[in-house]
Design a protein around this ligand. Sequence first.
Ligand SMILES: [Zn+2]
Length: 390
Amino acid sequence: MPDIALLGLILVAIVIGYFLGGREQKRRLMGSSGQLSKDYFVGLNYLINEQTDEAIDVFIKALDINNDTVDTYLALGSLFSKRGEVEKSIRVHQDLLARPSLTSTQSFQVQLALAFNYSSAGLLDRAECILIDLSRQNHELKDQALQQLLKVYEQEREWAKAADVAERLRRTQGEYFAEILAHYYCEQCQIALDQNDRVAARRFIRLAFSRDKNSVRASLLLGQMEFDEGAYKEAIKVLQRILVQDISFMPLSLPLLEKSFEHVGSMRGFGAYLGRCLNERPGTAIIIAMTRLLLRESGESQAVNFLTAQLERRPTLRGLNELIDLRRQFQGDLPDNVLALIQRLMDRMLELKPVFSCGRCGFSGKKMHWQCPRCHCWGTVTPIQGFEGE
Ligand SMILES: [Zn+2]
């Protein structure tokens, strides 16, 4: 058992001790001499000797679980759970549940904790059972049960059930769940497509957009569907929407968009769209697509000039790789301006890279420290080795 975890357990034991000492149970659980009960020390002793099973037994026997101590037991259960000792955590929670004195909120909390145990142990059916039961109760913690149930369904990839639960959460928690819902409907759309059920697929796309009109994923799926059905103009329309939905995902749409424009015979249209994208947010994917289009439509020197000018403004590794490729393909040796570009790019990369790192905590920086500023160990910070280092 790791030291820190053991320390945590002992801490919990001390908290239990505090409860024992400070509350009404004092009389019952402390000897007449005013000292803590013998059982408590026996349990503590087991803990220190890492006999945690025995310790749990003794503690549970020693304490009458009442409203004051349930929280402490929940803390103990969660500690076991965090350490990956799920079986022990389950035992604590099951024992708690067997007590008739729990309030309805406490019983709800314990069942939530138990369901969490079951799902981390991979017993998803059992977790689902408890959580469905909890989510039917009209309790103030109901949404917590629903959120856990959602995680269970995600693990099981039960997207229809997940969508039902998320629809319920959306009613109380709002739009955060709307975006997630769009993903659940897209997952179902993908499954429908795999089964060649295009009617269902379209229905799920509509649902996805009804929840999140800016769903890039739904646009990509719909674009692909239109393309597969030969509706290239529709595909272009759908895919171009991504530019306003979320421009950072735009590169994902470029290959299909290029093919669609090719099918309608309008490479000029593709060029115009790329130009628009380049204005809004220049990025390597757009620059490379534009370069290839220029190479195809206007010849190599136009393509090389365009790419060089773009890279001088904002050098990127992929862009430079493309330029070297083009140069070697058509014009032989690399001229001085390309070499200068390579050097600038490397300088910038080296500037951004840390030079030293701590082998103990992972701290990294550009300055040498004999004592690590994060973990305060001496002599653990060394020059970084390998491809980007020494
Ligand atoms: Zn360190």
